[in-house]
Write a protein that binds this ligand. Structure first.
Ligand SMILES: [Fe+2]
Length: 224
């Protein structure tokens, strides 16, 4: 409870509760230092229906990938899986997990990924989705956003001046540094936008969708 005093000196006790908030989990990847991946050229490689410009290996890293070997990618994927099993144990969540899709995204200045989520068209959704921030990831590039507007207010009411302003926030600018992994629920919309901070520095992330159990096979290439 927070305690205020009104004009007559009477105590006013209040609290507010962030009901139904969205969980994301951020964890330091212990094996990060083992993986120093060399930068490569700026190109555009992406599925046809993605509108942003980036170099993505989505939905996997194939045997003939020109930039990161499948062997290296699998090594990172296995290492992340083991790390996440420890994290899930901390949260008393199932540890029988499988990174069913695992790919990389490389960006330079001016490149981006449009607003999207990781839900599957058939509603067989991942348990969690995630991003490993591998190289040259800077604050404000990744944004999570709200797509549910039940808390929108009718003007004129300047929520920004109130003590409940946070409840009206539509965007959350992530400042998650290299070497960390962020898990988010697959329904959560997000974008990536890369500016001049990456003019000469390639931003590299690995993204994944994660299911419980070993038997799940995604039907098609969704969820970038
Ligand atoms: Fe994504």
């Amino acid at each position: 409870m927070r305690i205020f005093k009104n004009g007559s000196g009477e105590k006013i006790e209040v609290t507010d509760v962030p009901l139904f908030s969205t969980p994301i989990i951020i964890t330091k990847f212990n094996d990060h230092e083992k993986y120093d991946i060399e930068s490569f050229e700026k190109i555009v490689r992406k599925p046809k229906d993605w509108t942003g410009s980036l170099n993505t290996s989505f939905p996997s890293v194939k045997k003939d990938d020109p930039y990161i070997s499948q062997e290296k990618s699998n090594e990172i994927k296995n290492s992340i899986t083991e790390h996440l099993q420890d994290v899930f144990e901390c949260y008393n969540m199932p540890t029988d997990i499988n990174l069913t899709q695992f790919w990389y995204n490389a960006y330079y200045e001016g490149q981006s990924q449009e607003l999207h989520n990781h839900l599957a068209p058939n509603n067989l959704n991942p348990f969690w989705s995630g991003i490993y921030f591998a190289k040259n990831c800077f604050p404000g590039q990744l944004n999570f956003s709200r797509n549910e507007y039940s808390l929108r207010t009718q003007q004129p009411y300047d929520y920004r001046k109130t003590a409940i302003a946070d409840y009206y926030t539509d965007f959350w600018e992530a400042s998650i540094p290299d070497g960390y992994i962020c898990l988010f629920p697959p329904h959560l919309y997000h974008t990536v936008s890369v500016g001049k901070e990456n003019r000469d520095k390639m931003r590299l992330t690995f993204s994944f969708n994660l299911h419980i159990g070993k038997g799940f096979v995604p039907e098609k290439d969704w969820g970038g």
